[in-house]
Design a protein around this ligand. Structure first.
Ligand code: UDP
Length: 238
């Protein structure tokens, strides 16, 4: 007999770079791979909201180096997340999954505005809601957006899908002996200044008691394992 999922409603955070190909900021080939992972869990009765980043196209900090002011550079980053959200929507709908894109930055012809109650209604109707535009404010990140939206829609967990299989005590690409944490406390994650998420995002999760599971979204079956509460990646909690 099939076990039920461990959660009723989850928020999946995807960095923009999980959509990137070897020589393009967005590869539909790669995006479809991610969509297939989502398709595998869609229909298990779980409600899924997604926050997508934009770092594959533009990051505020990139612009700073070239002399742009921070707000302008950040607005560009927020717009980048909209492009990524549309790519992801296309890939999911290609697999027959109904989706809605809701944006914090108004782009009326392209996506719905973010309306909390409407987002929840979509989820209840079995649609995947993709939140784009970040928080709509400069000086924030899409990880913080994930923490904010998860709190607003009362998601029980943030599943942070990345290219690495969890949080390490040092960079595993540089230090082969790096150790992966299976569990980590919010405060330790903040104090160690782990680059996996910024401190604003961690503290918002801590304040609202939302655990975070960091896992490799490219390993087939991983998203499914995360949703069924199996111990994969690194879990950050109280
Ligand atoms: N951004 C912002 N406010 C937000 C979310 C994002 O200004 O609430 C900007 C910021 O410049 C950031 C960029 O959008 O660098 C892309 O988001 P992020 O770096 O979080 O994307 P990811 O790393 O997840 O791909």
């Amino acid at each position: 007999t099939q076990r039920p999922p461990a959660y009723r409603r989850v928020l999946l955070k995807l960095s923009g770079e999980v959509l990137a190909g070897p020589d393009s900021p967005i590869s539909m080939e790669v995006t479809k791979k991610i969509a297939r992972q989502v398709a595998e869990v869609y229909g298990s009765g779980i409600q899924i909201a997604i926050v997508i980043g934009g770092g594959n196209i533009w990051r505020g900090t990139t612009g700073l180096k070239s002399g742009l002011d921070r707000p302008t550079a950040d607005y560009m980053g927020m717009l980048a997340t909209i492009i990524d959200g549309l790519a992801l929507q296309g890939a999911l709908e290609g697999l027959g999954i109904p989706t809605r894109v809701q944006t914090a930055v108004e782009v009326r012809n392209v996506a719905e505005p973010f309306i909390r109650r409407r987002a929840i209604r979509h989820l209840e109707k079995g649609r995947i809601v993709i939140f784009v535009g970040g928080t709509g404010n400069p000086f924030f990140s899409t990880d913080t957006t994930a923490a904010l939206r998860a709190s607003e829609i009362e998601a029980e967990v943030i599943l942070k899908g990345t290219k690495v299989d969890g949080i390490y005590d040092s960079d595993p690409k540089i230090h082969p002996e790096a150790k992966r944490f299976t569990q980590l406390r919010y405060l330790d994650a903040i104090q160690k200044r782990l680059s996996v998420m910024d401190s604003t995002a961690f503290s918002l999760c801590m304040d609202n008691n939302i655990p975070i599971v960091v896992f490799n979204v490219f390993t087939p079956g991983n998203l499914r394992a995360a949703i069924f509460g199996e111990p994969i990646g690194t879990r950050v909690c109280a």
